[in-house]
Design a protein around this ligand. Structure first.
Ligand SMILES: Nc1ncnc2c1ncn2[C@@H]1O[C@H](COP(=O)(O)OP(=O)(O)OP(=O)(O)O)[C@@H](O)[C@H]1O
Ligand SMILES: [Mg+2]
Length: 242
């Protein structure tokens, strides 16, 4: 479904993503991990059109998308949530999700339909029903992340890129989020997720890719990843042993 070849993204002299090859199959859940600053967010930003790669190609359903804008990619069914939840503080949660329905992946809905869809999707991602008409500026960070996910879903994505969606969740909320991600995949959505909580990544991913200093150092099943010495040395270390 998605195929990256030799993708590099630099910021000045800093090579944030270095010659990365990556493929994601339709219906797959791909976990992306690595130390802070490894280039995970940058890689998703390149896929979703926020940045253009300096070199390399990105193909989506057979088409080269490496020069398309984020807007064009959204209309093709590529949606992303953001690690840092910055959005329109003057909108309510409902309105923010309605934007996804009204301007997302090319389907036509009325305002009323978009409003009902927003309420339904916010419920699906665990957003409290009594808070859907509060301004985003009054929401906590977890509610903002849930709103972002609902907005991404409202755009009817075929592939969903999730950047640390579960940070700050307690263990119970974390398991609910894992079930939600699996149910989204069962609905036919392909998922790439960045997450630091290894229990979550290993539990939800079909395959895990590890980045370190911008380079891909491993690409394997969860079982293989936890036994990979290079991954243990650069990232897992004590983390998984605990
Ligand atoms: N817009 C930018 N301008 C300059 N440097 C950037 C920019 N975005 C990221 N970087 C740098 O690129 C490198 C990779 O950053 P990135 O945010 O992709 O890492 P990450 O793996 O997502 O880390 P984290 O786990 O902390 O979120 C870092 O050194 C970061 O400082
Ligand atoms: Mg990041």
């Amino acid at each position: 479904m998605l195929e990256l070849q030799g993708v590099t993204k630099k910021f000045g002299g800093l090579v944030a993503v270095n010659n990365v090859d990556l493929s994601v199959g339709e219906g797959e859940i791909l976990g992306l991990v690595g130390p802070n600053g490894a280039g995970k967010t940058t890689l998703l930003n390149v896929i979703s059109g926020i940045y253009r790669p300096d070199t390399g190609s990105i193909r989506y359903q057979g088409q080269d998308i490496s020069r398309l804008s984020m807007n064009a990619l959204c209309k093709k069914g590529i949606a992303k949530t953001f690690q840092h939840t910055h959005s329109f503080p003057g909108l309510t949660a409902r309105e923010s999700v309605m934007i996804g329905s009204l301007f997302g992946n090319g389907h036509r809905v009325t305002r009323d339909e978009a409003s009902r869809e927003a309420e339904h999707l916010l419920g699906r991602v665990g957003f409290p029903a009594e808070r859907v008409d509060l301004l985003l500026s009054n929401l906590n960070v977890i509610e903002l992340r849930r709103t972002q996910l609902a907005r991404a879903l409202a755009s009817r994505p075929r592939i969903l890129l999730l950047d640390e969606l579960m940070t700050g969740l307690n263990p119970q909320e974390g398991s609910e989020a894992v079930s939600l991600i699996k149910s989204l995949r069962d609905d036919g959505i392909t998922i790439v997720l960045i997450e630091h909580v290894m229990r979550v990544i290993l539990g939800v991913s079909d395959r895990v890719v590890v980045l370190d200093h911008g380079e891909k150092i491993a690409d394997a099943t969860p079982d293989e990843i936890v036994r990979d010495q290079r991954v243990i040395d650069s990232y897992l270390g004590e983390r998984y042993a605990c």
